[in-house]
Design a binder for this molecule. Structure first.
Ligand SMILES: Cc1cc2nc3c(=O)[nH]c(=O)nc-3n(C[C@H](O)[C@H](O)[C@H](O)COP(=O)(O)OP(=O)(O)OC[C@H]3O[C@@H](n4cnc5c(N)ncnc54)[C@H](O)[C@@H]3O)c2cc1C
Length: 412
């Protein structure tokens, strides 16, 4: 019997076991998945909780519903991987041997990595929406907030769903407008990037959307520390930005056990081949989803598109054959922009987000880099697709690799 051990039953780990179980004979392969928790969270939904658009219970379901029959589940905290012994140890002392290991433990916001952030959170003036408790606490805060300086800020890239802080800003503008409070809220967007977003074309589009909404943009801001008493952000080049309410995206890092096991880079991401997701150091370890160091967005869509080709690569690799597919870093993200509209971006390792139509050239129905109601409905529909199509490992009728069909290059 060969043993496949999957670490993490979030988006990527759950898709992996659903896609691999039917391909690996139960007579030959035992599959086990380990996670510290028993609840599966739909993380894109965290964005909507602070504004009362989603209730907290709408983004959480028991994990067991999504793990197929024939896959063993272990609930426990991973403590260490010993690649030279092919064993994973849990904090309760359990040892789990493996022949093949898939690391899918994602990335986590780490307020402890920035001076003053934990203290600011304890004081109730610094908040975040990248975790379930964080999003719920921010909803409570916004309910009673009467206005002032609201700063939305990213400490450092990469972060998962890099457009989420922009979406939060657009939704905050719409929320305060609808509450009749907008003229009492001074909104600032603070980023370590040189513009609103990473790549020139989308940065220009998204930057002008901030301007239209009278959101001040503070680019190139490398945060050194937060001064929780004075309520200021201080950068390495000694710029200071004052806030009454700070909504921050803390540094995102891979799990600490990855560092302890000698498997990660400086942010605890596992170095892998960007086309196959095979570890560069170990021939029987893969890293999928946010846990790897591939230079793609850390996004559920990347986990999904890469999972379209990963299972066949995996089965070929364990059979001693050359892997057949090369992942291209394909990502797409709906960007909620408020008042029932949204934007869509579609890109990969090489091609930046461009305007156009998706998935059908000229037809859409979704528009790239353009605010439309249809894009908003795409985002709304995505939650249903997530629970019912993507997580169970079913196929979506859109190509896994990015296509230039429908994209307009003239704006580049
Ligand atoms: C606010 C927000 C908005 C987002 N919006 C979008 C969006 O619109 N579109 C999009 O595509 N993506 C979006 N994302 C990103 C998306 O949710 C992630 O990229 C995706 O969940 C990554 O999947 P993963 O399996 O790699 O990690 P996760 O889904 O995070 O799963 C990791 C799992 O590992 C487990 N784990 C971690 N460490 C340990 C340990 N030591 N021991 C045991 N278990 C452990 C965790 O409990 C978790 O279940 C958003 C994320 C956030 C936070």
């Amino acid at each position: 019997m060969r043993r496949l051990l999957v670490l993490g039953s979030g988006t990527a780990g759950t898709m992996a076991v659903n896609k691999l179980r039917p391909r690996l004979s139960p007579d030959e392969w035992q599959i086990t998945v380990v996670d510290s928790g028993d609840t599966h969270y739909y993380q894109p939904g965290y964005l909507f909780i602070p504004f009362g658009i989603y209730r907290p219970d709408e983004v959480a379901k028991p994990s067991r519903r999504f793990i197929p029959a024939g896959v063993d589940r272990v609930i426990g905290e991973i403590d260490l991987v010993e690649p030279e012994r092919d064993v994973v140890r849990l904090t309760d002392g359990t040892q789990l041997p493996y022949d093949y290991l898939i690391i899918a433990t994602g990335t986590t916001p780490r307020p402890d990595q920035t001076e003053g952030m934990v203290e600011g959170m304890a004081a109730g003036t610094v908040h975040e929406f990248y975790t379930y408790p964080g999003a719920v606490a921010l909803a409570e805060k916004l309910k009673g907030w009467e206005g002032g300086r609201l700063v939305v800020q990213i400490v450092e890239m990469p972060i998962k769903c890099p457009v989420a802080p922009l979406e939060f800003t657009f939704l905050a503008d719409a929320f305060f407008t609808e509450q009749g409070l907008r003229d009492r809220v001074d909104l600032t967007y603070v980023t370590p990037l040189e513009g609103a977003f990473t790549k020139p074309v989308s940065s220009r589009y998204l930057g002008s959307m901030l301007e239209e909404r009278k959101v001040a943009l503070e680019p190139d801001f490398m945060l050194e520390r937060i001064n929780p008493e004075g309520r200021t952000l201080v950068s390495y080049d000694e710029r200071e930005i004052g806030y009454d309410l700070l909504v921050t995206v803390p540094i995102n890092m891979g799990a600490d056990y990855i560092a302890r096991s000698g498997l990660g880079n400086e942010l605890n991401y596992v170095p892998v081949d960007r086309g196959t997701l095979l570890s560069r150091a170990h021939d029987n370890i893969f890293a999928v989803g946010d846990a790897s160091d591939i230079p793609a967005s850390k996004a559920g869509s990347v986990a999904h598109f890469s999972m379209e080709m990963f299972p066949e690569n995996f089965t070929r690799h364990v059979a001693g054959l050359k892997m057949a597919h090369q992942f291209d870093g394909h990502a797409n993200c709906f960007i909620e922009t408020g008042h029932g509209k949204g934007l869509l971006i579609d890109f990969n390792y090489e091609t930046e987000p461009l305007p156009g139509k998706y998935p059908l050239p000229g037809v859409g129905p979704f528009s790239l880099l353009k605010e439309t109601e249809m894009n908003h409905w795409g985002k709304v529909l995505f939650r249903w697709l997530y629970w019912n199509v993507l997580l169970p490992g079913k196929d979506l009728p859109v190509p896994a690799l990015m296509s230039m069909a429908g994209k307009e290059r003239k704006d580049a």
